[in-house]
Design a protein. Sequence first.
Length: 216
Amino acid sequence: MLRLSHYFIIAIGAIVAFQSVGIDPSGLAVIFGLLSVGIGFGLQNVTSNFIAGFILLFERPISIGDRVTIGGTVGDVQAINMRSTTIRTLNNISIIVPNSEFVSSRVVNWSHGDPTVRLDLPVGVSYDSDFDVVVRALREVADENNNILKEPPAEVFFANFGDSSWNLELRVWLSDLTHYYQIQSEINSVIVHKFRKYRIEMPYPQRDLHVREPLP
């Protein structure tokens, strides 16, 4: 709203300035109308981005500080202007994105409405493992991590039977996605140590090789 007020004050100031020097705004409107026909085709992208900027400011699908994914790029919204939006990626690189991209394409807003986010951690274990011990180990990993929320509680799902492993998934909830990838790496590391403690094997892919005698 501050940015809209800024543009509104500029427009009113321009009209008052024209009147103070004796220029009729209605005459300028006719001139600008004629010019808009000629330059409108060359400013279609600028116009679409400008209109998209108004949509972003009024509907507020994204806000400053939100973490978004657009076009395969993940970053935090730093500024929303009338023509473009600035996103700072996880590599601390600023990307200027035209506002029309947020209106015409699919955007994932990780922070919209509720800042909590679920983290899914797939893991495979050998068929020779004690299934109950595997589930207990994964629950201990979730219970011992302070970054994981207690509500909703962590869950262990048996996804499917793999070629050489039981495929499970540890699902946990985080209160803040700022350090999403760091927490993911930390939990995976703890899973490795926990499995070694309980002697749970994470198998390598297995392939059968049949050797035949050469043809005469």
